[in-house]
Design a protein around this ligand. Structure first.
Ligand code: NAD
Length: 350
C-alpha cells in the first residue's frame, strides 16, 4: 500500500551544513559578513520591538547548553547552542548550533537551519559592526588571541568591515595558530604568528580575545592594553568563564548587547552589579556616545544575543529566494481536516 504523501504545507526549508557552506560560497564569505553586519545593525536599531530575555542556560561541569529565543512580533526565532571547551581534545567542536525561524501569526516554522557555521559568521559580523562604531577609525592592526574555530571569521570580518590589513595571531596551542595562518594565507591580510600574547598586542589598535576555557582565565593583563585600544572580548560568555583582568574593565568604557544577560555571562560579572555600561543599540541609533576620544579604551563585552541569531536566520531565509540551497523537511503535520490528526495517523498505518 502507498502511504499518503505529505502536503505542500508539511514542508519546512532546511539548511544543512553542506547547503550553508554552498550558500556562503555562492554569496561570497566577505560579502555575506558585510550583509550580515548590516542586517544585525538594522535589527539593533529596532531594539524596542524585540522580546528580550537572558538566554536559558543549562550548565554542567564541562560545558553549557543554551536556548536563545526572541521575536519582533512578526517572526520568532530561537537558537540551540552549546559551549564545551574540552570537546576539541576529543575531536569535537566547542560550539555546535542550530536554529529555527517561525511566523508569529500562525506559529508555523518557516526555516530550520544549521547554525554552527552561521554562528561563526554572525559573531564575527557583530564584532566588526560594533568595532565600526567603537574602534579608532585609523585601526589597521588587530591582535587575534585564540585561534580556534571562530578566529578566521573574526579576522575576515574585521578586514571586510573595518579595513584591518594585519592580524597578529596567538594561541596557547601553536597548532591552532599554524592552522589559522594557513587558512588566512591568500586572504589579503598580513598574518603574523606570535609567540606570546604580549607580542600579539604590540602595535594593535584592536585586540580580539576568542579563547575557550571553562574557568576564569586572564588572557589579557592590565599592562597589555594601552590607551586608545578597542577590545573585542568574545570568549568570556558564561558564569565563571572570563578572559580579562578586572583592572582592564575599570579603565574601559564598556559596551554590551543586553545588560541583564551580560551581567550574568560577560566580563562584567567581575564588577559591581550597577557598574555603568552602555547598551549598543543606543550607540547604533546615535542616542549614546561611542568612542569620543583617541585615548579611550573601548570594550565590547560580547556574549552573543538572540537578536543577532534572529537577524542571521532572516538573512538566510531571504537569501534562499536567490539561491535555492535547502532541503524540504517533512516537519509539519498537515491533515486534510486540521482536527483529524488521529485520522491522518490511521491512514498512514502500514
Ligand atoms: N560572544 C559570542 O557571541 C560567541 C559566539 C561563539 C563563540 N563564543 C565563544 O568564543 C570562544 C571561542 O570559540 P571557538 O569556537 O573558536 O572555540 P575553539 O575551542 O575552537 O577555540 C578556542 C581556542 O582558544 C585557545 N585558548 C584556550 N586558552 C587560551 C589561552 N589562555 N591563551 C590563548 N589561547 C587559548 C585554544 O587553544 C583554542 O585554539 C568560546 O569561548 C566560545 O564560547 C562566543
Amino acid at each position: 500500500m502507498t502511504l499518503p504523501a505529505p502536503s505542500e504545507r508539511a514542508f519546512v526549508p532546511f539548511v544543512s551544513v553542506a547547503n550553508m557552506m554552498a550558500l556562503i560560497h555562492a554569496i561570497g564569505l566577505e560579502r555575506m559578513l558585510c550583509e550580515l553586519a548590516d542586517a544585525i545593525e538594522a535589527d539593533f536599531k529596532r531594539w524596542e520591538l524585540f522580546d528580550k530575555t537572558p538566554r536559558v542556560a543549562a550548565h554542567s561541569p564541562d560545558g553549557v547548553i543554551e536556548l536563545m529565543p526572541t521575536s519582533d512580533g512578526t517572526h520568532y526565532a530561537f537558537k540551540y547552542v552549546n559551549g564545551h571547551p574540552k570537546n576539541t581534545r576529543d575531536g569535537l567542536q566547542t560550539v555546535q548550533a542550530f536554529g529555527l525561524l517561525a511566523d508569529v501569526d500562525t506559529g508555523y516554522p518557516v526555516l530550520l537551519s544549521e547554525m554552527t557555521v552561521l554562528t561563526a559568521l554572525r559573531t564575527a559580523a557583530t564584532s566588526a559592526m560594533v568595532a565600526r562604531h567603537l574602534a579608532p577609525k585609523s585601526a589597521r592592526v588587530m591582535a587575534m588571541i585564540g585561534n580556534g574555530a571562530q578566529s578566521e571569521f573574526q579576522c575576515l570580518a574585521f578586514k571586510a568591515i573595518c579595513g584591518i590589513d594585519t592580524v597578529r595571531l596567538y594561541d596557547i596551542d601553536p597548532d591552532a595558530t599554524a592552522k589559522a595562518t594557513h587558512n588566512l594565507a591568500g586572504s589579503g591580510l598580513d598574518i603574523i604568528a606570535c609567540a606570546s600574547p604580549e607580542e600579539a598586542v604590540e602595535g594593535a589598535q584592536i585586540i580580539t580575545t576568542c579563547t575557550a576555557d571553562k574557568q576564569y582565565a586572564t588572557i589579557l593583563t592590565d599592562n597589555m592594553v594601552g590607551s586608545g585600544v578597542h577590545v573585542n572580548a568574545i570568549g568570556g560568555d558564561c558564569p565563571g568563564k572570563t578572559e580579562l583582568h578586572r583592572d582592564i574593565l575599570l579603565r574601559s568604557d564598556i559596551f554590551v548587547e543586553y545588560p541583564p544577560q551580560t551581567r550574568i555571562e560577560g566580563e562584567i560579572q567581575a564588577l559591581d552589579p550597577d557598574h555603568p555600561v552602555t547598551e549598543l543599540w543606543q550607540v547604533i541609533r546615535g542616542e549614546a556616545a561611542g568612542r569620543v576620544d583617541g585615548r579611550q579604551i573601548t570594550l565590547f563585552d560580547s556574549v552573543g544575543f538572540a537578536t543577532e541569531d534572529f537577524s542571521a536566520l532572516r538573512y538566510v531565509r531571504d537569501a534562499l529566494e536567490r539561491h535555492a540551497m535547502f532541503d524540504r523537511l517533512d516537519m509539519l503535520a498537515d491533515p486534510d481536516d486540521p482536527r483529524d490528526l488521529f485520522g491522518m495517523l490511521e491512514r498512514a498505518r502500514p
